[in-house]
Design a protein around this ligand. Structure first.
Ligand SMILES: Cc1cc2nc3c(=O)[nH]c(=O)nc-3n(C[C@H](O)[C@H](O)[C@H](O)COP(=O)(O)OP(=O)(O)OC[C@H]3O[C@@H](n4cnc5c(N)ncnc54)[C@H](O)[C@@H]3O)c2cc1C
Length: 389
């Protein structure tokens, strides 16, 4: 029976990055995915993901975002692929409240502090600056903003596909359309037996990067800490001068409101005027499961989103496209990257809670360090499983 240094379960954002980085480190890697990534069943589809360098979700994240950006650029140079567009990023919200985002109070303040801590070029904008620089939005009048010229968007499908191709070039064995059914430790703290829909495989270690299906590989007492929420992406037609929304004139943005359900975020029109502008909000009320994702977006969902967005952006009622996608969410909205308590050869990697894509390339590198050296060059201790229990 052929044996591998490391098996990777799930080849989306994190699994593809881990497959690339582990193969680059000389590891004999086998990766499995139950579908053929990039696909539209998990968390890594929909054309674009926001990336920022100063991360308001916590100071531990900025170094991982910076590492990821360096990796995206390195891959672009190596392959000629266009993965990351630094069109600038704007976060703005009311001055009179400490807005919460991803369970982090004073998200804008935390972002500014992270920018100062990590020397991220940025500007703090008052309402007059906002109106002058970004006249595309309607403002309430009491907002202030954070603008980061180095922020922008990633192309998630291309990132996944390119890293998988690089991994294969470096010798990784990649099995698509093969679901992992179980991962069993083969004794002690080294070795796993992987049973899939097609066979049995052995490896010294395993990385579980199964996204919204994470519960399948968790001990019973940990499952309840990972909830899955359906999120919807909308592409709306712009009313008026479409060129105002080109990536040269319109940044990626997060508009924070007085309440978390006022929040929405979006992207420039990257496919010309006919492609529309992509906007989305977040919902954490109705949980689902990965296998039960309702992919159709209903007319009433579209109507509600039009009504919400029209107050702030000039869109027509025409929704050009929509898609449903999955957030996996922990109670504190922070990631989990840790060894399973009774099986340290199995590493769980869940960059969850709706803000993980921008960090995924760096997490792949950190996972490779963890498997090969037993330690990571950046501090990921706060992503432990213990805190959940
Ligand atoms: C609508 C939406 C918007 C987002 N916006 C942003 C953003 O702007 N910026 C940002 O940084 N992040 C964003 N995120 C979050 C980010 O996209 C996710 O954190 C990231 O994609 C998660 O990657 P993953 O590798 O954990 O999961 P996935 O990419 O979904 O990969 C998991 C893979 O595991 C496979 N799998 C599952 N079970 C098995 C099994 N038993 N056997 C084999 N394979 C299996 C699946 O098929 C899948 O391919 C957003 C997420 C969503 C849904």
């Amino acid at each position: 029976m052929k044996s591998y240094d490391c098996a990777i379960i799930g080849l989306g954002a994190v699994g593809s990055a881990a497959a690339f980085q582990l193969s680059k480190s000389g590891q004999k890697v086998i990766g499995f995915d139950k579908f053929s990534p990039p696909h539209t069943n998990g968390s890594s589809h929909g054309d674009t993901r926001i990336t920022r360098q100063a991360i308001g979700e916590g100071s531990v994240y900025s170094p991982i975002a910076l590492l990821s950006n360096a990796i995206w650029r390195e891959i672009e140079t190596q392959t000629g692929e266009d993965l990351f567009t630094a069109c600038g990023g704007l976060l703005f919200g009311p001055r009179d409240v400490k807005t919460t985002q991803h369970r982090k109070v004073d998200f804008l303040g935390e972002t500014i502090r992270a920018a100062e801590q990590y020397n991220v070029p940025h500007e703090v904008l008052d309402i007059d600056d906002l109106k002058r620089r970004f006249p595309q939005f309607c403002y309430e009048g009491n907002e202030f903003g954070y603008y980061e010229p180095g922020a922008g968007f990633l192309r998630p499908e291309r990132c996944v596909q390119t890293q998988l191709e690089l991994a294969k070039t470096l010798g990784a064995t990649i099995h698509f359309d093969e679901a992992v059914l179980s991962i069993e430790p083969t004794g002690g703290d080294c070795g796993v037996r992987i049973t899939t829909s097609s066979g049995e495989y052995f490896a010294d270690a395993a990385v579980v990067s199964s996204g919204a299906w994470v519960q399948e590989f968790l001990p019973e007492n940990l499952k309840k800490h990972f909830q899955v929420f359906r999120q919807v992406l909308f592409w709306f037609e712009v009313e008026g001068e479409a060129s105002l929304f080109s990536k040269e004139r319109f940044p990626v943005y997060i508009r924070l409101g007085h309440h978390s359900d006022d929040m929405f975020y979006g992207f420039p029109a990257i496919d010309g005027p006919n492609g529309g502008i992509k906007v989305a909000a977040e919902q954490f009320e109705e949980a689902t499961s990965a296998d039960n994702l309702q992919k159709e977006v209903s007319p009433s969902e579209i109507e509600a989103m039009v009504a919400h967005i029209k107050r702030y952006l000039p869109i027509t009622n025409r929704c050009i496209r929509s898609a449903a996608c999955l957030y996996t969410v922990t109670p504190d909205s922070d990631f989990v990257i840790d060894r399973l308590p009774d099986s340290p050869q199995i590493i769980l990697a869940s960059p969850c809670s709706g803000h993980g894509f921008k960090h995924s390339a760096g997490i792949g590198k950190l996972l490779s360090e963890l498997v090969v050296r037993g330690e990571t060059s950046l501090d990921i201790s706060s992503f432990n499983l213990r805190r959940l229990t």
